[in-house]
Design a protein around this ligand. Sequence first.
Ligand code: NDP
Length: 331
Amino acid sequence: MTFKALLVEKDEDGKTRAGVQDIAEDRLPEGDVTVAVEYSTLNYKDGLCIGPGGGLVREYPHVPGIDFAGTVEDSADDRYKPGDKVVLTGWRVGEIHWGGYAQKARVKADWLVPLPEGLTTRRAMAVGTAGFTAMLAIMALEDHGLAPGQGPVLVTGAAGGVGSVATATLAALGYEVAAVTGRPEQADYLTDLGATQIVPRDELTEVTRKPLERETWAGAIDAVAGAMLGRVLKQMMYGKSVAAIGLAGGPAIEGALITPFILRGVNLLGIDSVMRPYDDRLRAWTRIGSDLPMDKLEAMVQPATLSDLPALGKDILKGQVKGRVVVDVNA
Ligand code: NDP
């Protein structure tokens, strides 16, 4: 028995090559649940893993895909039985364990959650790791006191995957959303998702020497880091929080001083979606099922097949992908 997968191989010169291949089922990695994958998605990390790996992949040949949704085919764990619909994000699947860019995946039962009420497998992947992370960020901000009516919430990297879901969900929850984008042509897209203010990226990428700037944002979700996060921290209202989820603009926090923390009591909350315990994942997915504006979700989706992924992987690393790429692994 074989299944189709996007396999990344490394040649003797250390160069990687990704292509769709038929793979024998007995090559699947160890795990207690085998899933017939229906949909996966493209995330920034997938771009790295489809290409040279960015230090994430340990062994080749490798099947990337850091998330998937599908139907249990076979299970050695009491929590799942054949026919159950399941979702996977994180646990380094698609990095050090074969992932979702395949018609079959075998994983640990602990890494799965049951498909939440209100979602299909396709919708779950329209959300995917990016949307799951956006929800974790919103939940962290709310745990630190954010509520609608306090002022605008800033979302950086807004036309990207995390940014799109964060913008739409915050707006649906009644927040005023200011969306930062480097792509002015995506302003209408972001306004349709619910942003009430579009902030050009350039306004926040110049490193300044000012210790603080005007108190502007009641909360922020930052996918970019670099100079942008340094500026955002200095513009937060007193006592408010920034949820840092990514580093699309670089791994440093440039130009940041200690002043936002000690003179304004600003909180910097680190959000990690990978090693989240089961209860956390279930809580976030249940809120996604209930709070995410499903009518907005389709506008974010770009459909793709396994063979589209090598080119799309390059695009996402250049910050050129809009919204969420949903991969139908059987197309
Ligand atoms: P995308 O590529 O879809 O979105 C990133 C967006 O950031 C781009 O669309 C672009 O938005 C903006 N951007 C890109 N490059 C730059 C730059 N040099 N300077 C300023 N802005 C830039 O990626 P995702 O949304 O999937 O992920 C975003 C980040 O979050 C990545 O670093 C990813 O690794 C990380 N991540 C972290 C997770 C966690 O668990 N903490 C989970 C998921 C993702 P625009 O064109 O609108 O400006």
